[in-house]
Design a protein around this ligand. Sequence first.
Ligand SMILES: [Fe+2]
Length: 357
Amino acid sequence: MAARKHSAQAASAAALIWAALICLAGSGCQPAAERPPAPREQSASPEQPASDTASVHFTAAGDISMGGGARAVLDVIASLQPDLNIALGDLSYQAGVEQAFCDMVTRKLGKDFPYELITGNHESDGHDGDIGTFAECLPNRLPGLQGAYGIQWYVDVPQEQPLVRFILISPGIKFPGGQPLDYSPGSDRWVWTESAIDGARAADIPWTVVGMHTLCFSMGHYGCQPGEQLTNMLVSRNVDLVLTGHEHVYQRTRQLGLNAGCPVLVPGEARDDCVADADNSLAQGQGTVFVTVGVGGAGHHDVQADDPEAGLFAVWSGKNRDRALGTLDVMVTDSRLDARFVPAAGFTFTDAFAIER
Ligand SMILES: [Fe+2]
């Protein structure tokens, strides 16, 4: 996976377009169909130093299924031409159709496209498909991946002079035998996760993105399935972005951070002191943004505007408010992370935010 190179002109045009897409929380953003696509300059400019021009472009969505909604979201991903996609679990929702699911994906994105898997609860124990079988027909395509693909892995992209470390874990869901994996403090999987985050910092990798199927904070009906302690560990280390599925909604928290006034984030509460930055223009190192993208094709869940965690959130949409299928679309460079929600055909909800280094 080589990083795409932009000319200086294209890069500044991209920055302008991304800046224009940042819209105030709760206000109407322009539908994606009315926006120009992000520039995707393909040719390298030999005059430009690589450190100024390299970028990684990725998409992410979970809770997919095999219906028209799933195909519409795959069409959006194909049109965005990302370097890779993270599938955030809950793939086919049906046993025995793993190959058909993989065929649906490869027909839309190409057979060599890095459609990278982390398991959801529907395939972790095999009852609605088996993560091992999905991982055979949609294998890892990123060089240098460490760990167990599909279950717990990390990878630096690009492999040389990486801009982002993706760390994918599987807390809070059942595996064969009916038990969840152990991510309790001090467990092997806790230490592995902590070391992957700290290792990215030690290697001066600009951005750290953690992904998992389950979520802690939600405007829908799920509780904190990854666990309060694991969630706080991610925030204490200022992981830039945590991506999840599971709740079939799109929702984005404000940048949440720990400090003297907020020593710990408590699920079910929304304390002002825990919000490091409430708008859509963020600075790295103040905390973590959690984004649930459980709208990759399956049917929606409701969101509750009076949820006790509402004060933690910048944006939410679900079955009963701004319903949309679509994908998160993220561009990272050495100096910034720009993210937006791009809706599938027939939907208009959008979102956009940026983190600067
Ligand atoms: Fe799901």
